[in-house]
Ligand binder design. Structure first.
Ligand SMILES: Cc1ncc(COP(=O)(O)O)c(C=O)c1O
Length: 454
């Protein structure tokens, strides 16, 4: 196949997610043409460590022959069935394996096509259930600043990253946003306990102000991922769940990033944060990125509220429970268990976090934070997290460029480098990745003239 004009075709015909209009048609994106293990291979044949793990999703790493074979076998045998009219044993088996690993009575798996449709489904289900139990006014969803829940109209409406909300419409009367839960921005001198109390009170005050009779659900990522790997204060989720229970508000835990091993467990809600939510949404790591797949996992308690009613949950997708994705999902679980990848994450997670913290020594690093195999380095010209976003886009792309030269792909989100490598990354590879990142940050600092200024 002759792809020599691919750069031109990409610019002329491929509209990318979050496509910036300023440079439309003039982009110089890195082409990723191959991958193996934790490494990507670009169009020049250079190997790059996959710092962001694709988009937080390449848990078992690239190039797994047995995964390709499982998918190929499923495609040869049955590439598609209609989940509207029929069912299929591979998809049913995958649903069963997910339910076995999900906390408490979360036993009902609604398959979607990815994370946005999982969140969309969760919200639609909550509305459906409230309609059926005679509370049609109970519809509002409480979310948080910096949250990202996806890109359908509903999922985007409950997403709270300010910049993403500038140019597109959203269902404003549906969502209410709580202030940032990032401890970095607490008032100077505020204790951990006081900050936690304040953040929990934000939720309770919002429910009371909106009227509990109007509030359907609270949606929260256990760790806010693309908002900048924001880890809420310890005890936050459990206390928020108690508030939700007090006012009969449902709790949707958006585990699109954290499920399937990122924090060392199948699901983080209960294993890490001690909560049993009403619905968990997941995607990404379900197939390690080998095929698109997502799910909203709904509790038996909620299902009991609607079972037997004269109603249809008219929500679903042509590709709900796609058999090739389900085959990939089953193989993914098999590999994660056989290779003890969850245990591995729990073992190397502290090394990752320790290396991350050491980057604080660099003058442009304003904060370094994370959990498990998720991390974020936040930079600013003067190392102060509160300073204005001035040259911050430039800093992000400069770090990316400096790191790519040295063999690491990072994913700058404005002035933040977000890391979530494939879960199979070894201790020495973690150290190597951070050594490159350190060099990239120092080179960026030098470029900014910071080193000579000191
Ligand atoms: C927490 C969270 N929820 C939902 C989504 C949307 O998932 P998708 O891009 O698969 O639609 C994302 C994507 O990054 C996410 O991070």
């Amino acid at each position: 196949m002759d792809n020599s004009n691919a750069k031109q075709w990409d610019n002329d015909h491929f509209l990318h997610p979050w496509e910036g209009m300023e440079a439309l048609g003039e982009n110089d994106r890195t082409f990723i043409e191959g991958a193996s293990g934790i490494h990507l291979i670009n169009e020049k044949g250079e190997r790059l460590i996959d710092g962001p793990g694709g988009m937080w999703c390449t848990q078992i790493g690239y190039g797994r022959a047995e995964m390709a074979e499982a998918m190929a076998e499923q495609a040869r045998n049955l590439a598609y069935f209609s989940p509207f009219n029929n069912t299929n044993s591979t998809a049913a088996h995958f649903a069963r394996e997910i339910a076995k690993r999900a906390p408490g009575d979360l036993n009902n798996v609604f398959f979607t096509t990815g994370g946005s449709t999982a969140v969309d489904t969760a919200i639609r289900f909550v509305h459906f259930r409230n309609n059926l139990v005679g509370r049609p006014e109970k519809k509002k969803i409480i979310s948080r600043q910096k949250a990202y829940h996806g890109s359908t109209y509903l999922a985007a409406s409950v997403s709270g990253k300010e910049r993403d909300r500038l140019w597109l419409d959203k269902a404003d009367d549906l969502a209410h946003f709580l202030p940032n839960v990032n401890p970095l921005y607490r008032t100077p001198g505020q204790s951990d306990e006081n900050f936690l109390n304040e953040k929990v009170a934000d939720l309770e005050n919002a429910i009371v102000a909106l009227g509990p009779e109007n509030v359907a659900a609270f949606i929260a990522e256990p760790v806010l991922a693309s908002g900048g790997v924001i880890v809420p204060p310890i005890g936050y989720h459990a206390r928020c769940l108690n508030i939700c229970r007090k006012y009969d508000v449902l709790y949707i835990s958006d585990e699109v990033v954290t499920a399937f091993g990122r924090l060392g467990h199948w699901f983080a809600s209960e294993a890490v944060f001690g909560i049993q939510p009403d619905i968990i949404t997941c995607a990404k790591g379900m197939t390690s990125g080998y095929a698109p797949m997502g799910a909203a996992i709904i509790s038996d308690r909620l299902i009991a509220d609607v079972a037997g009613k004269d109603a249809t949950f008219s929500n679903g997708y042509t590709y709900s429970g796609h058999p090739v994705s389900a085959a990939a999902g089953l193989k993914n679980i098999e590999i994660i268990e056989r290779e003890k990848i969850l245990e591995h994450v729990r073992e190397v997670g502290p090394v990752f976090q320790d290396q991350l913290q050491q980057l604080r020594q660099i003058d442009i690093v304003a904060d370094a934070r994370g959990m498990g195999l998720m991390g974020c380095v936040q930079c600013s010209v003067d190392g102060d997290p509160r300073s204005e976003l001035g040259r911050d886009y430039e800093i992000g792309s400069r770090i990316d460029m400096e790191c790519q030269k040295r063999g690491l792909l990072v994913r700058p989100v404005i002035n933040m480098c977000v890391l979530s490598p494939p879960l199979i990354i070894s201790k020495s590879e973690i150290e190597h990745m951070f050594a490159i990142l350190r060099e990239g940050l120092e080179a960026t600092s030098e470029w900014l003239g910071k080193i000579s200024d000191r």
